[in-house]
Design a protein around this ligand. Structure first.
Ligand SMILES: Nc1nc2c(c(=O)[nH]1)N[C@H]1C(S)=C(S)[C@@H](COP(=O)(O)OP(=O)(O)OC[C@H]3O[C@@H](n4cnc5c(=O)[nH]c(N)nc54)[C@H](O)[C@@H]3O)O[C@H]1N2
Ligand SMILES: Nc1nc2c(c(=O)[nH]1)N[C@H]1C(S)=C(S)[C@@H](COP(=O)(O)OP(=O)(O)OC[C@H]3O[C@@H](n4cnc5c(=O)[nH]c(N)nc54)[C@H](O)[C@@H]3O)O[C@H]1N2
Ligand code: SF4
Ligand SMILES: [Mo]
Length: 738
C-alpha cells in the first residue's frame, strides 16, 4: 500500500501496531499523535501530494512536488475542477509562504503591554492551558456567548465546532460584512438565493459580460479567470464599468469610466432602457417574475440624460452598452461582483444588478447563471446537542434584518459598546483584523475591552501583536483540514492533506481545537483521534466505498455526477422568494420600510483638493497575507498610489515620487510610490490593499508601501444587512522629499 492510502482502518491499525491501540493520543505526550499521523507524509524523493491551496479562499487543487522532505514546486492539480491543471501566480508562489523565515514556530505568551509585541516562548502545554483558562474564565463570568470567534479560511471549521460546544453563536468571517454579504442579500431578495463561492456564472458561454468594478485579471480567482479568458477567446463582448482602466478594461469593447459611487444610477438607467426600448425578455419576465409594472414606473426617471448627470457616462455609451447586453441575451451577464462593500447602498446596488440580469432572462441559461450541484457529503454525526444560547451579539433586535450571516464588524462593535451584551474574549483564526475591518482605531479600542485574546496564525501578523496568547499553526501544505464539497458546475469532494512535516513546533488547527476541547470538558465534540477518521466517517455515511476514498487520497478529488446545468426551456423554477418568482418589486423590502425598487441617492463627494480613496487587488498578492512572501514580493514588491496624470502634474508629482496619503480624519499612510497615469479618473486615487504592514515580525513586509485600511476611518453601513462600505474616505497627497 502506498503511503498516500490512509483510511481510518489503516490509521487505527498503525496505532495498534505501535501498541497504543484505542488510547492513542490521550496516552501519548503532546506531539506524538501528530508524529503517528505523519506516517502519511511521504519521505521518499519526488512524490506528488495532491492537496488544497490556501493562499486565497478559492480552494484550488494543488499538487505539491516533494523531494527529500521539502516541497520543491507547486502545480495545478489536473483532476481538480477549480484548478484544471493550473494555479494562479499566488498559488504557484505558495512556497514563499511555506518557507517564510518569519513564520511562527513556537507558542507565545504576552509579556509587555497589549500591542507592544513583546512575548515569551511557551510550551504547547502551557499555551493551551492558558488559552483554555482564559476562555473558561470569560464563559464563567459572562456566559459562553461572551466569547467571539473571528476567522477566515477552511481551517476554521474545527474551532467553529469548539464554539458550538461552548455555546456561543458569535462566530463571524469578514468575507460577509466586509466582502460579499451585500451581494448575497441583493440576490436573495430578488432570485431567492445567493451566489456563494464559486459563483454560478456561466462566463465561458456568455456572449456579453458586464463587469461593475470586478477587476478580473487583477482579482485572480483561478477558475473564473480561466473562464473569462475562454469567454473572451470565443468572442464574448465585454463592458467594463470602472473609474479605473483596469486590466479587464483593456479587453473591453466598452469602458465606462464611471464617477465612483454612482453605479446604482447607471444600473437603473440600464433597467429603464431595457424596458423602454423593449429589449427585455418578455416571455421570461411574464412567466418568471412579479412586479414588472411597478419596476417600470419606478425606473422611468433614470433616463440616459439623468444618468449622465450623476455618473458622467455619456448617454450614447449607456445606450450602446445596454444594447450590447440585450442583443446577446439570454447569453449575457452582469457580473454580480464579489467585494461589493463600497458605499453602504451595496445590497440595493446588488439588487439592481440582479434586476438587470432578470430582464435579460439569463437564469438557468447558457451564458447566464447556471444551476450548480454539489457532491453529497454527510455532516459529522454523533455530536452532542449544542447548549441553548442567546442570539448573536452582532446586531440589535430589528437591526440589519436581511443579514444572512453573523457580522464580523458587528461583533467588534458589541465588544466596544457592551451592547446587546458584553463580548470579553476573541478567538481569532487567520484574520488580520486591524487591516481587515474598517476603522482600525475601533478594532484596537475593542481589543482593549477584552479579558482574553488568542490569535491562531502562521505569521506574526498585526493581530498577533495584540494577543495574549499566540498559537502557531502550520500551513496548508503541512496539515489536514476537513473535507470540502463546494457547489459548482462539476460537483466534487476535495481533500487537504499534508505534503511535508510542520515547520518547527507549529501544529495543525484541528489538533489545537481538540486539545482545547479536552481542557474545556468538550471532548465529546471531537470523537476522533485524527481528521482522517472524520473524513472516513463522513464519506462512509454518504455511501462512498473504500475505492472512492482511496481515489480521494490519491488524486485529491472525488468527482460525482453533475445535475443539469441549465433549466429546460419553459420550465418553472421554484425561486426561494416569498412569491416563488423573481421579485422585481420586493414586498419584503416594502414591509421592512425599505425601497422595494432600489433608489439612487447621491453619495457625499470629495471636496476641493480631495480624492476618493479606492482599493483593489494585485494579481500576485492576496490581501495582506502574501505581502511577506518573498517569492511573490519579487514580482510585486510594493503598492503604488494611482493618480491621474494631469492631477499629478498639478500637484507637482510624477511617477516614482513618494507621498504621504492623508484622509479627512488626519489618518495617514506612506510614504508610498506615486503612479501617475491616464488610467484613472481625476476625482479618485487607487491603491492595492494589503501593504504598509507595521508588525515587527513581518520583516519583509514591514514598511513597504501604504496601508489603505489605515485610511478607512469612515465607513457607510448598509441598512439592510450591516455590510461596511469602505469607499467613502477622501484623501490628499503630500510629497515626501527623498
Ligand atoms: N490576486 C488576488 N485576487 C483576489 C483576491 C486577492 O487578494 N488577490 N481576493 C479575492 C477576494 S476575497 C475578493 S472579494 C475579490 C475582490 O475582487 P473584486 O470583487 O473584483 O473587487 P472590487 O473591490 O469589487 O473591485 C475593485 C475594482 O473596482 C473598482 N471600483 C472602485 N470603486 C468603484 C465604483 O464606485 N464603481 C465601479 N464601477 N468600480 C469601482 C476599482 O477601480 C477596482 O478596479 O478578489 C478575489 N481575488
Ligand atoms: N481595507 C480593506 N479591507 C478589506 C478589504 C480591502 O480590500 N480593503 N477586503 C475585504 C475582503 S474582500 C475580504 S475577503 C477580507 C479578507 O480578510 P482576511 O482573509 O481575514 O484577511 P488577511 O489580511 O488575509 O488575514 C489573513 C490572516 O490569516 C493568516 N493566515 C494565512 N494562512 C493561514 C493559515 O493557514 N492558518 C492560520 N491560522 N492563519 C493563516 C495570515 O497570516 C493573516 O494574518 O478583508 C476585507 N477587508
Ligand atoms: S486562486 Fe490562486 S491563490 Fe487562490 S486557491 Fe487558487 S491557486 Fe490558490
Ligand atoms: Mo473577499
Amino acid at each position: 500500500m502506498s503511503s498516500r492510502e490512509w483510511t481510518r482502518r489503516t490509521f487505527l491499525q498503525a496505532g495498534g501496531a505501535c501498541g497504543v491501540g484505542a488510547t492513542l493520543g490521550s496516552a501519548l505526550p503532546l506531539g506524538l499523535l501528530d508524529a503517528a499521523a505523519r506516517g502519511s507524509v511521504p519521505q521518499a524523493a519526488d512524490q506528488v501530494v495532491p492537496t488544497v491551496c490556501e493562499i486565497c479562499f478559492w480552494k484550488c487543487g494543488v499538487n505539491a512536488h516533494v523531494r527529500d522532505g521539502r516541497v520543491v514546486a507547486l502545480t495545478g492539480n489536473p483532476h481538480h475542477p477549480l484548478s484544471r491543471g493550473k494555479l494562479c501566480p499566488r498559488g504557484t508562489g505558495g512556497l514563499g509562504t511555506l518557507y517564510d523565515p518569519d513564520r511562527l514556530v513556537k507558542p507565545q505568551i504576552r509579556v509587555g503591554e497589549r500591542g507592544s509585541e513583546q512575548f515569551r516562548e511557551a510550551t504547547w502545554e502551557e499555551a493551551l492551558d492558558r488559552t483554555a483558562e482564559g476562555l473558561r474564565k470569560v464563559a464563567d463570568e459572562h456566559g459562553p456567548e461572551a466569547i467571539a470567534m473571528l476567522y477566515h479560511g477552511a481551517g476554521g471549521s474545527f474551532f467553529k465546532t469548539l464554539m458550538k460546544g461552548l455555546g456561543s453563536p458569535n462566530v463571524a468571517a469578514p468575507s460577509y460584512a466586509q466582502c460579499r454579504g451585500p451581494r448575497e442579500v441583493g440576490f436573495e431578495l430578488t432570485f431567492g438565493e445567493g451566489l456563494g463561492s464559486p459563483e454560478n456564472l456561466d462566463i465561458p458561454n456568455a456572449r456579453a459580460l458586464a463587469l461593475i468594478g470586478s477587476h478580473l485579471g487583477e482579482n485572480m480567482h483561478n477558475t473564473q479567470v480561466q473562464d473569462f479568458a475562454e469567454g473572451l477567446g470565443k468572442g464574448m463582448r465585454l463592458i467594463v464599468v470602472d473609474p479605473r482602466f483596469s486590466v479587464a478594461a483593456g479587453k473591453a469593447r466598452h469602458w465606462l469610466p464611471i464617477k465612483p459611487g454612482t453605479d446604482l444610477a447607471l444600473l437603473l438607467g440600464w433597467v429603464n432602457l431595457l424596458i423602454q426600448e423593449e429589449w427585455y425578455d418578455k416571455a421570461f419576465v411574464r412567466s418568471q417574475t412579479v412586479g414588472f409594472d411597478q419596476l417600470a414606473a419606478e425606473v422611468a426617471r433614470y433616463t440616459p440624460t439623468a444618468v449622465y448627470q450623476e455618473t458622467g457616462i455619456r448617454p450614447e455609451l449607456l445606450v450602446a452598452s445596454a444594447r450590447e447586453l440585450a442583443q446577446a441575451a439570454p447569453h449575457a451577464l452582469v457580473h454580480p461582483g464579489r467585494h461589493v462593500t463600497w458605499y453602504g447602498d451595496d445590497a440595493q446596488r446588488s439588487r439592481a444588478i440582479a434586476l438587470v440580469n432578470a430582464l435579460l432572462g439569463n437564469w438557468g441559461k447558457p451564458g447566464g447563471f447556471y444551476m450548480s450541484s454539489n457532491a453529497p457529503l454527510a455532516a459529522e454525526a454523533g455530536l452532542p446537542a449544542p447548549p441553548e444560547h442567546r442570539p448573536a451579539a452582532d446586531r440589535k433586535e430589528g437591526e440589519h434584518l436581511f443579514a444572512g450571516s453573523t457580522l464580523a464588524s458587528g461583533l467588534r462593535d458589541a465588544t466596544l459598546s457592551g451592547e446587546p451584551y458584553p463580548i470579553k474574549s476573541w478567538l481569532v483564526y487567520g484574520s488580520n483584523l486591524p487591516i481587515v475591518l474598517p476603522d482600525p482605531r475601533k478594532t484596537i479600542a475593542a481589543i482593549q475591552e477584552l479579558d482574553f485574546l488568542v490569535a491562531i496564525d502562521i505569521l506574526p501578523a498585526e493581530i498577533c501583536g495584540w494577543a495574549d496568547v499566540v498559537l502557531p499553526e502550520c500551513t496548508y501544505l503541512e496539515r489536514h483540514d476537513d473535507l470540502m464539497a463546494p457547489w459548482f458546475r462539476e460537483p466534487f469532494i476535495a481533500l487537504r492533506q499534508p505534503a511535508v512535516e510542520p515547520m518547527g513546533d507549529s501544529k495543525p488547527g484541528w489538533w489545537m481545537a481538540k486539545e482545547l476541547a479536552k481542557r474545556l470538558g468538550l471532548e465529546a465534540w471531537f470523537p476522533w483521534e485524527h481528521p482522517v477518521e472524520l473524513h472516513h466517517d463522513r464519506l462512509a455515511a454518504s455511501g462512498y466505498g473504500a475505492e472512492q476514498e482511496r481515489e480521494l487520497v490519491r488524486t485529491g478529488v472525488l468527482k460525482t455526477e453533475a445535475g443539469p446545468m441549465y433549466l429546460p426551456e419553459g420550465s418553472d423554477y421554484a425561486y426561494g422568494t416569498p412569491s416563488g418568482k423573481i421579485e422585481l418589486w420586493s414586498q419584503q423590502l416594502a414591509d421592512a420600510g425599505f425601497d422595494p425598487v432600489p433608489v439612487y441617492r447621491r453619495p457625499e463627494m470629495p471636496g476641493p483638493g480631495q480624492f476618493r480613496l479606492l482599493s483593489g487587488r494585485a494579481p500576485v498578492h492576496t490581501f495582506g497575507r502574501t505581502t511577506n512572501n518573498r517569492v511573490l514580493l519579487e514580482q510585486f514588491p510594493e503598492n503604488e498610489v494611482w493618480v491621474n496624470r494631469a492631477v499629478a502634474a498639478d500637484l507637482g508629482l510624477k511617477s516614482g515620487d513618494r507621498v504621504l496619503v492623508r484622509n479627512q480624519d488626519d489618518a495617514e499612510t506612506g510614504p508610498i510610490l506615486v503612479k501617475a497615469t491616464e488610467r484613472i479618473r481625476t476625482d479618485c486615487v487607487y491603491m492595492v490593499h494589503g501593504f504598509g504592514h507595521t508588525s515587527k515580525g513581518l520583516r519583509a513586509a514591514r514598511g513597504r508601501g501604504g496601508n489603505d485600511a489605515a485610511l478607512i476611518t469612515r465607513y457607510a453601513t448598509d441598512p439592510l444587512m450591516g455590510g461596511t462600505g469602505m469607499n467613502v474616505n477622501f484623501v490628499t497627497l503630500e510629497k515626501v522629499e527623498a
